[in-house]
Design a protein around this ligand. Structure first.
Ligand SMILES: Cc1cc2nc3c(=O)[nH]c(=O)nc-3n(C[C@H](O)[C@H](O)[C@H](O)COP(=O)(O)OP(=O)(O)OC[C@H]3O[C@@H](n4cnc5c(N)ncnc54)[C@H](O)[C@@H]3O)c2cc1C
Length: 304
């Protein structure tokens, strides 16, 4: 069955926006197609008058560093992220999360922008972008805007942008420096497809003596209808000794505050809650160890 009538491959953002305007809501942006084509086949969207493929636009496929900041185009694939030496060393959580998305075929074409635009509460790339406090660059209603990643989401499957009109261009965030590190871990059903039972991404900064948490960002998903940070858990860590005792206190707080829901495809809320303790402990300990040693070897990539 025909799922779209026309397929366009613009080479600039202006061309992409002009095409979207031309089709007046009857065309949709496509990148790797690993979410969209499945959904079109399953009839979740009407047959599209056109698909606008954004993977040939240079600004969306760039991955560039400028001092301590990195720009990752929305059309950069999960495989490209895994192969980026600078991300491996200085944004390890993103490499770890993109490295477990689907299998190699999915990672070779699926993009970070598609992961965010799809707006599921537990998209793996998204979970790490939240811990990295990334900013999304978007064209929305014809205007270029910069939006903190946590403000990109409206509900399950609903983001700030409407991909019949708007385009995510890319993401910017600050790379880890001395005494800073990140880690990501997730729990997935053995034959699970698409989304984890639970994912956890952490960013920490230790003080120069490496004894205390100077700052921390904790992203656990799925907890609510949208991705976001666990501010109460972060507050337990900040300014405190970077020890197992404080990590256990952070876990206690997480268990009191976070209320994961039951999903009929993935796990019960109770199981997810138990796994919060397991994941938070392992991910925090790993991030602290990396911040202390300055060494980060991504774990778990392509293991599932
Ligand atoms: C077998 C399988 C396994 C998977 N496993 C995982 C997994 O483990 N973890 C996980 O998180 N996801 C998983 N996914 C989901 C999917 O692969 C990822 O979400 C991927 O990152 C989507 O990117 P894409 O480029 O393929 O998006 P597409 O399918 O091209 O697009 C997805 C949505 O985003 C919109 N869109 C895409 N790019 C842009 C843009 N630049 N601007 C505006 N709108 C845009 C599209 O219009 C569409 O609505 C899996 C999918 C499959 C089929």
């Amino acid at each position: 069955m025909k799922l779209w009538n026309h397929y366009h491959t613009p080479h600039s953002i202006d061309q992409a926006i002009a095409l979207l305007n031309q089709y007046q809501g009857k065309a949709k942006v496509v990148a790797g197609g690993t979410d969209l084509i499945v959904e079109l086949r399953e009839g979740h969207h009407p047959i599209q008058e056109a698909l606008i493929d954004v993977t040939q636009i240079p600004e969306l496929t760039r991955l560039t560093t400028n001092n301590n900041e990195i720009y990752v185009g929305a059309g950069v694939t999960h495989s490209q992220i895994v192969k980026s030496a600078v991300l491996v060393a200085r944004a390890t959580c993103l490499v770890e999360s993109c490295g477990v998305v689907g299998g190699p075929q999915v990672r070779n074409v699926g993009t970070l922008g598609g992961n965010v635009a799809h707006a599921l509460p537990a998209g793996d790339g998204t979970t790490s972008l939240v811990a990295l406090d990334a900013k999304a660059e978007i064209i929305m209603s014809g205007q270029r805007r910069v939006v903190p990643i946590a403000e990109m989401f409206r509900g399950p499957g609903q983001s700030l942008i409407d991909s019949t009109r708007d385009v995510i261009i890319g993401f910017r965030f600050v790379l880890c420096s001395d005494n800073e590190a990140t880690a990501f871990k997730r729990i997935m059903r053995p034959q699970g497809v698409a989304l984890p039972i639970l994912g956890c991404a952490i960013w920490v900064r230790l003080n120069p003596a490496q004894t205390h948490f100077e700052a921390a960002r904790v992203s656990i998903a799925p907890i609510g209808p949208t991705p976001g940070r666990a501010a109460e858990v972060e507050a337990i860590l900040i300014g405190q000794p970077a020890t197992d005792t404080i990590i256990e206190q952070a876990i206690e707080t997480a268990l009191q505050i976070l209320k994961p829901r039951t999903s009929k495809y993935r796990a019960t809320g109770d199981y997810r809650k138990e796994m919060i303790a397991v994941l938070l402990r392992r991910t925090l300990q790993l991030a602290v160890q990396r911040a202390r040693t300055g060494q980060a070897v991504p774990e778990g990539i392509g293991m599932e």
